[in-house]
Design a protein around this ligand. Structure first.
Ligand code: DGJ
Length: 425
């Protein structure tokens, strides 16, 4: 069995390096992998290979989910093998499912461009895609964290040039794309930093004064998990005119039809909740700063019993860290941290897996919380077990959200299914 999996992975990697497993235009032999009998799942097995209807490991990292016309859709980063795989060379992969266990490959919903002038040229960094349906425009809107290639080869389509470029996270944009059909194709609309020249609705007087001072903030820089030579307020003031940074984020549609982007901003130091405008392709200008200076990444929001809950992480790059969960009565805040939601022993070490304990969110980082349709208060924590040196082999951790009083918690389970939620009633 192990040998068969190795063979399968080898074939997948070869295929992905050739850019061939991206859906249509595949140069993989027709039916090549389909000859491997495709397993029908009736359980979730977090951390294991998760094969789609063609027998390929699902390639949708940093995923977002949407339930639409009776089906679930998953959108995620299509990664390649090796470390190069963290660059966006293919695009956003879409899958669909009617039971959350078994997923059909719907192909590449958003394709990276081969136009050297495009902001979404192959080889950029495009992360954590999320999709919402806008009933007013009748369009599907895709959002993603977008970074730009930098340096002398930034317009090159040559794979060796792309390989040599260091991933650059300084642009910190949010990108927008739209489609008429949920599975795409999504057309790139544009990208931006956040809220240039605008204060949040909860701006303190001291923040306003700091900006008014118009100081030189050249020596203030962000390191992803701290601000060098200053504070997050200094960073806010530094970026006031050019717009605030937007990296890890999620998109959330509220019951009243209003939609929001929740983003790690100010060098990941502060979480922003930003109201989207009517077409979801820009912002109304109403936004709040939350958990200021708390350094969160990976926000994933859900709403139940009139409250908003948010899983998130600390900022340690691709390395996992202790998870976090926060609560608020209002989407715009004030958010309150509840602590690490992970409980129990975690994944016990085996011949195949290293131990995965609560202090590393069971070796995962949150990306979404899936509301299970047709079951009251049933939510699934969904996270990535990143594999940065063989990006395509990243695994998915899906665990049921449980409760300790008013605090959502998660426990490791090697295998579980949706009947979990019935037994909790
Ligand atoms: C952690 C983020 O959550 C990921 O999406 C990615 O940006 C990595 N950092 C890059 O190091």
């Amino acid at each position: 069995m192990a040998k068969r999996l190795l063979l399968l992975m080898g074939a997948l990697i070869t295929c992905a390096v050739l850019g061939a497993c991206a859906g249509q235009n595949s140069s993989c032999p027709e039916g090549g992998f389909n000859s491997i009998s495709v397993k029908k799942y009736s359980n979730f097995t977090p951390g294991k290979l998760w094969l789609d209807n063609n027998g390929r490991h699902i390639n949708a990292h940093g995923a977002g989910f949407l339930h639409d016309n009776g089906r679930y859709y998953m959108f995620g980063e299509h990664k390649l093998g090796g470390a190069l795989g963290n660059k966006a060379l293919v695009g956003v992969h879409c899958y669909s499912s009617d039971d959350l266990y078994n997923w059909k490959d719907e192909g590449i919903a958003f394709k990276m461009s081969r136009d050297p002038e495009s902001k979404v040229i192959i080889g950029t960094v495009l992360e954590r895609p999320k999709v919402l349906y806008n009933p007013k425009t009748k369009k599907y809107v895709m959002f993603f964290h977008l970074e730009f290639r930098q340096g002398p080869t930034k317009k090159s389509l040559n794979i060796d040039d792309i390989r040599k470029e260091k991933n650059d996270y300084s642009a910190a944009n949010i990108g927008f794309a739209v489609a008429d059909k949920i599975t795409g194709p999504y057309k790139f609309v544009g990208s931006t930093r956040l809220h240039a020249n605008k204060f949040p609705v909860n701006a303190s007087e001291s923040l306003k004064k700091l900006v008014a001072q118009n100081k030189n903030f050249d020596n203030i820089s962000e390191l992803g998990n701290s601000v060098k030579n200053g504070t997050v307020d200094d960073l806010f003031a530094k970026h006031f005119k050019i717009g605030q940074t937007c990296r890890d984020f999620t998109a959330f549609l509220d019951d009243d039809g209003k939609a929001y982007i929740i983003s790690a901003s100010e060098g990941n130091g502060t979480l922003y909740v930003s109201e989207l405008n009517d077409d979801f392709l820009g912002f109304t200008g109403k936004y709040t700063r939350n958990l200021i200076g708390g350094f969160h990444e990976a926000p994933a929001i859900f709403k139940t019993k009139g409250k908003y809950y948010m899983f998130s992480s600390h900022c340690t790059g691709w390395n996992p860290n202790p998870g976090r969960v926060s609560v608020s009565d209002n989407i715009m805040g004030e958010w309150r941290e509840l602590g690490n939601p992970c409980r129990g022993e975690g994944q016990v070490e085996s011949s195949t897996y290293r131990a995965a304990k609560a202090d590393t969110t069971f070796r995962s980082q949150s990306t979404y919380v899936i509301p299970v349709q047709g079951k009251a208060d049933a939510f699934i924590y969904f996270g990535d077990r990143w594999h940065p040196y063989d990006a395509m082999d990243g695994r998915y951790i899906m665990l049921p959200v449980e409760w300790e009083g008013d605090m959502p918690v998660i426990r490791w389970r090697n295998s579980w299914n949706l009947s979990f939620f019935d037994s909790k009633k």
